[in-house]
Design a binder for this molecule. Structure first.
Ligand code: ATP
Ligand code: MG
Length: 417
């Protein structure tokens, strides 16, 4: 470490960026609360098994992308790469399967050892929802509609397309997997190395391959939708009818598969072309097998997660909230009284900037530069009379005000256009 810098793939969230994150998080919380989702949080690290069991030893997240370590007690722990497994673990370990359905919203950091690039970080942030209990397609429709409403309120929905696919139930997927594997085996030598490996461990993931050679082969591969049984078809039909009724537009994407093994029926992604190759801003699906994989009872679930960094880039600038009023003490003798007066005004609900050091001239210049509108100036003469000077920095007008009247005067001045 020659010079001190953040770890590769991590970033400081300075106020401008933090304000964007805050906007994304608050918008998501509000939009999903309209559907009854309530905020919760799980720890950022879990026993490694929480991720390795359901994600499968073969998934990229476990084999290549995990941040795992043994703690001082010898426990194998992993920084969470996503939050669905943690939420389902919380449901099981908290005995919450007695109070289904559960509707949770979360926001927080996730960790994946990936090659960092624009929109792809090693510590990144997600908002997401999980709807635990129902296994019917209308629950999927609620979850997807909540996602669309969130993106709409953020103002980014017009830049996004909803891709939708059905992975079918376990029976349909098994039938399809067999057909896909026997087809791909006849083309095995032409497949990419990643796909050759996946052919054994997770063949459905090959559909998702970005390799152009793989994509050519997939053109003539058997199609998942031809292997859906009646139950799976009905589930997808109910979902799409409901989305149409809600005015949520979507496109059928037969190659869309979620990276993880426990997904069934519904898979969806909101994709934008405004962010280059890192175009997926929100993705999710149904994961009815997850609870059992974690050693819990059979509990159905459906949810999504959205990348805050990518959404923040799309949503653009959010205004950072800064004080419009500054308390300026003219010399050290008035500092304490100015500090106290600032506290009194803050009690009335006004945001106050209070520079603690420097000459009054410099403080006034700095205040003007920081878009401060009102400067409250307190000097020795004023303090002796229990007054202050109230200066409007936009008009340059100044008036002497009794301290007792200051709160009202500030409120009135801030209301003026
Ligand atoms: P991708 O195909 O981009 O790798 P993914 O399928 O791995 O995405 P999910 O696990 O579904 O992504 O996570 C949901 C969302 O979280 C993604 O759509 C994306 O917006 C965001 N996301 C995932 N990984 C990262 C990352 N490393 N950095 C920033 N955002 C990410
Ligand atoms: Mg990924």
């Amino acid at each position: 470490m020659s010079k001190l810098q953040p770890v590769r793939g991590t970033a400081d969230l300075l106020p401008d960026v933090m304000a964007q994150h805050r906007l994304v998080i608050d918008t998501a919380r509000q939009a999903t609360a309209r559907y009854g989702f309530q905020e919760m949080a799980t720890p950022i690290f879990e026993f490694s098994e929480v991720f390795s069991r359901p994600l499968g030893e073969s998934s990229d997240i476990v084999t290549k992308e995990n941040y795992s370590f043994a703690d001082r007690g010898g426990e194998q722990l992993t920084l969470r790469p996503e939050n669905t497994a943690g939420v389902v673990r919380a449901m099981i370990s908290g005995g919450l399967t007695q109070s289904l359905p559960l509707k949770y919203f979360y926001a927080g950091p996730m960790f994946r050892y990936e090659r960092p690039q624009k929109g792809r970080m090693r510590q990144f942030h997600q908002v997401g929802i999980e709807y635990l209990g129902p296994n019917d397609a209308l629950a999927d429709a609620e979850v997807i509609s909540a996602g669309a409403r969130f993106l709409a309120q953020l103002g980014v929905l017009p830049h996004c397309v909803l891709h939708l696919n059905s992975l079918g139930d376990a029976e349909s997927r098994a039938a399809y997997r067999a057909a896909l594997v026997s087809f791909l085996q006849t083309h095995e030598s032409a497949l990419s190395d990643d796909s050759k490996r996946r052919l054994v461990v997770n063949p459905l993931r090959i559909l998702d391959s970005k390799d152009t050679g793989d994509r050519d082969i997939l053109q003539t591969a058997p199609k998942l939708q031809d292997y859906l049984n009646a139950v799976s078809k009905a589930h997808f039909q109910t979902l799409t009818t409901a989305l149409d009724a809600a005015g949520v537009t979507w496109v059928f994407d037969p190659l869309l598969v979620r990276g993880l093994d426990y997904y069934c029926h519904t898979a969806f992604e909101f994709v934008t072309d405004a962010l280059g190759t890192q175009g997926t801003v929100l993705g999710g699906g149904r994961y009815d097998g997850l609870s059992e994989m974690l050693g819990g009872p059979a509990v159905a679930g459906v949810g999504w997660a959205a990348g805050i960094e990518r959404l923040a880039m799309l949503a653009g600038d959010a205004a950072v909230v800064v004080p419009k009023v500054a308390m300026l003490s003219t010399d050290p003798e008035t500092d304490l009284a100015a500090f106290q007066l600032a506290e009194t005004l803050r009690d009335t609900g006004v945001d106050i900037e209070f520079p603690t050091a420097g000459a009054i001239g410099k403080k006034l210049k700095k205040a003007a530069r920081s878009n401060i509108r009102l400067a409250i100036i307190l000097g020795g003469d004023e303090l002796a009379k229990n007054t202050v000077q109230l200066r409007d920095l936009t008009t340059g007008t100044q008036a002497e005000i009794a301290m007792a009247d200051l709160a009202d005067a500030v409120a009135a001045a801030l209301l003026a256009p």
